[in-house]
Design a protein around this ligand. Structure first.
Ligand code: NI
Length: 396
């Protein structure tokens, strides 16, 4: 039997086991950097299967290794993030979260169950393939500075010399049975912007005696949009949004300060650094010109996700071979962030989307909502395709 067929059969055969893993994870979600029980659970499955693994990467991370029986210097990797979000689940399902206020609302339970499923399949087929596959179970995708950056800092690439890495993410509006890819730039870098505009508060009827930070803020907000519309290259998508402004005055009280919080996203590391400077110059310059000042605190988040073109084009053709061309779609660029990006700035990486929607069953809620759920049949593809891509990469 062809290897592809063997993987497809095993993915089906392991469906209930993979679903049980997903449900266990879903019921027992843990927040970023606190995934201790999750880590124990992943280790217990690897242990049971006799798969070699290392613990204590960034405390809760795990790197597992499966070597094919035939020798080869080739090493590829599969990454799954393991953390959950601070959201109270409102789905009434048998596998509803048991941890109040914590929920796998971003599908990381699906990513982890799929990676473990791929490990079960690849371990069974060890006699059939050559090379080494690493499984990176990574903590804290949802929280800066991101588990990926910390695992890399702890020496991931020095201790495990992987030459490429695959990651997948659920997509709530793509039907189960389909996957999506995008070569090149895919997701945006994301930085948090905190501005504190300071003036001199007082009675709203006597503005000539004051330095009004509310008016300064208005000028800054409008002027900063020119970073996006006039300074960014038209071919480099850029977003600057402010979602929180706090001016704690009243109808007749001008406050001493105004605080703003926003997000900056783009797809070019050089421009990202320049834009940070521009934002700082404009905000402080405008505040000073009106007699106030502005403190600027930019917290750098994740870099943009770059999908290695060659690896991704190959992965697209392998995915078409595995599941039929009609089930492999092209993705648009997506200005959300993802710490998988850190891997791709070191080694060839590809991050693709796993369809988990089912429109007939009304499973369409977005990620990061209290009603997010998946059609669990997606786990068959989640595990099987990942295993197939890894083996095709080793074989290429
Ligand atoms: Ni996520």
């Amino acid at each position: 039997m062809e290897l592809k067929e063997q993987i497809q059969n095993l993915a089906q055969a392991y469906f209930e086991e993979i679903r049980a893993i997903r449900r266990h994870l879903h019921q027992n979600p843990e927040l970023s950097f606190q995934e201790f029980n999750t880590s124990n659970y992943i280790a217990s499955i690897l242990e049971k299967e006799g798969i070699e693994y290392e613990r204590n990467w960034v405390k809760t991370g795990i790197v597992a290794t499966i070597m094919g029986q035939k020798p080869s210097g080739k090493i590829t990797a599969i990454r799954a993030d393991i953390d959950a979000l601070p959201i109270q689940e409102t789905n009434e399902v048998p596998y509803k979260s048991c941890n109040d206020g914590v929920m796998h609302a971003c599908g990381h339970d699906v990513h982890t169950a799929s990676a473990l499923g791929a490990a079960l399949i690849l371990n069974d087929l060890r006699d059939e393939w050559a090379g080494t596959i690493k499984f990176v179970f990574q903590p804290a995708e949802e929280k800066l500075p991101g588990g990926a950056s910390l695992m890399i800092k702890e020496g991931l690439f020095e201790r495990h010399k992987m030459q490429s890495i695959f990651g997948q993410h659920v997509q709530h509006d793509l039907p189960e049975g389909k996957v999506g890819f995008r070569p090149g730039k895919y997701m945006a870098s994301c930085d948090e912007i905190y501005l504190t505009v300071k003036g001199k508060g007082g009675h709203g009827a006597l503005p000539h005696n004051l330095v009004d930070p509310v008016m300064i803020t208005a000028q800054i907000l409008v002027a900063l949009q020119q970073v996006v519309s006039r300074q960014a290259k038209p071919l480099t998508p850029t977003v600057l949004s402010f979602g929180r402004i706090e001016a704690n005055g009243a109808t007749n009280i001008i406050p001493d300060k105004v605080e703003l919080q926003g997000t900056f996203r783009t797809y070019d590391e050089e421009w990202r650094d320049q834009a940070h400077l521009k934002i700082t110059e404009i905000a402080t310059g405008i505040a000073q010109s009106f007699g106030g000042n502005c403190e600027v605190d930019i917290r750098k988040g994740y870099p943009f996700v770059f999908n290695d073109e060659d690896l991704t084009e190959k992965a697209i053709s392998w995915a078409k071979d595995y599941m039929g061309a009609e089930n492999v779609v092209d993705l648009e660029m997506r200005p959300t962030g993802e710490d998988f990006s850190f891997y791709g700035h070191h080694i060839p990486a590809t991050f693709y989307r796993l369809g988990v929607a089912n429109f007939e069953k009304n499973i369409t809620s977005s990620i990061h909502t209290s009603t997010f759920d998946i059609d669990e049949k997606a786990l068959v593809t989640g595990a099987g395709l990942m295993a197939f891509l890894a083996l095709k990469k080793l074989d290429s």
